[in-house]
Design a binder for this molecule. Structure first.
Ligand code: AHM
Ligand code: MG
Length: 329
């Protein structure tokens, strides 16, 4: 078919979200506006990440003579872009970013009802070797007509309205859930649009991969050590699992979502709360996993930069880990 060479009916992320929101009669387009500002931030970061290797030579903004000028670090730059995009959407009231010590309370004239928690550029230690990195975000809504208060973001992950991430990898992918399944969009660089390429993502019920930093093994607790041992030496005659660990949460979670298996960042003797942050790493990824039919097993702390252990992925694999921890008690 000649027509197949060019797809002519493109489901862009904007069109998709507008369709989804039109199911709610009370929807006034606020969420779509907020999301389009997040998407803009992601496109900017994607462009900057693609140029990162050239940045020292030509500058991130493309200017040619920047030898004298200090280059802004990519994570600082990304944070600035997201904060400005979110505030200017006029739809946010509280922002919590990994890059800012304190929560940002949006000035009253620009306020809306959404709270956004985000890590603008996660895995940034991977930038210099060209490995995938990403942006992670979660969205809460403040209580009816209420004032913006920090308690509005310090809620359980399951109260999130939406969550997602953007992965800057071999292609740029935006994965989103607004609470009715998970959908993946790929950036078409020639159009500058995210196109629906992975509708209704479901994680396999059981996987063949485990993903963990095994360098921390000497400090693990009993159940984590036992689980990883079982991955390598299964007791029931099933084949051993493969180990895959990028060291970039977005890339490791993305692979887990598509191929199945588990990703874990457990507590250990050195980091009794694990490493990853509850609000903008653990909760959004857990929300996505559950929406894709998998599970997630975490702590419950709720301070803004609090950390927590995390075990997430295929339903059956996480069940096995939960059993090991339950047996410990
Ligand atoms: P960062 O926020 O300092 O970039 O650290 C978060 C990253 C995650 O992307 C990744 O899952 C984890 O740290 C890897 O940690 P480790 O190097 O201890 O295995
Ligand atoms: Mg991070």
């Amino acid at each position: 078919h000649a027509a197949d060479a060019f797809r002519t009916d493109l489901m862009t992320i904007t069109r998709f979200v507008l369709n989804e929101q039109s199911k709610y009669p009370e929807s006034r387009g606020d969420f779509s506006i907020l999301l389009s500002h997040i998407v803009l931030g992601c496109k900017f970061v994607c462009a900057a990440v693609n140029k990162a290797g050239l940045a020292k030579l030509i500058g991130l903004a493309g200017e040619t003579n920047v030898q004298a000028k200090e280059q802004k670090k990519l994570d600082v730059l990304s944070n600035e872009v997201f904060v400005k995009a979110l505030v200017s959407s006029g739809r946010t009231c509280i922002l919590v970013s990994e890059e800012d010590e304190e929560a940002i309370i949006v000035e009253p004239s620009k306020r809306g009802k959404y709270c956004v928690v985000f890590d603008p550029l996660d895995g940034s230690s991977n930038i210099d070797c060209g490995v995938s990195i990403g942006t992670i975000f979660g969205i809460y809504v403040i209580k009816d007509g209420g004032e913006a208060r920090l308690e509005d973001v310090l809620q359980p992950g399951k109260n999130m309205l939406a969550a997602g991430y953007c992965m800057y990898g071999s292609s740029c992918m935006f994965v989103l859930s607004t609470g009715s399944g998970v959908n993946g969009f790929t950036l078409d660089p020639s159009l500058g649009e995210f196109i629906l390429t992975h509708p209704d993502i479901k994680i396999p019920k059981k996987g063949k991969i485990y993903s963990v930093n095994e360098g921390n093994a000497k400090n693990w607790d009993g159940p984590t050590a036992k689980y990883v041992e079982k991955c390598k030496f299964p007791e029931d005659g099933s084949p051993a699992k493969s180990l895959r660990y990028v060291g970039s949460m977005v890339a490791d979670v993305h692979r887990t979502l598509l191929y199945g298996g588990v990703f874990l960042y457990p507590a250990d003797k050195k980091s009794p709360n694990g490493k990853l942050r509850v609000l903008y790493e653990v909760f959004p990824m857990s929300f996505l996993m559950e929406q894709a039919g998998g599970q997630s097993f975490t702590g419950k702390e709720r301070k803004i930069h609090e950390r927590s252990p995390i075990f997430l992925g295929s339903y059956d694999d996480v069940e096995e880990i939960k059993d090991l921890y339950a047996a410990e008690e």
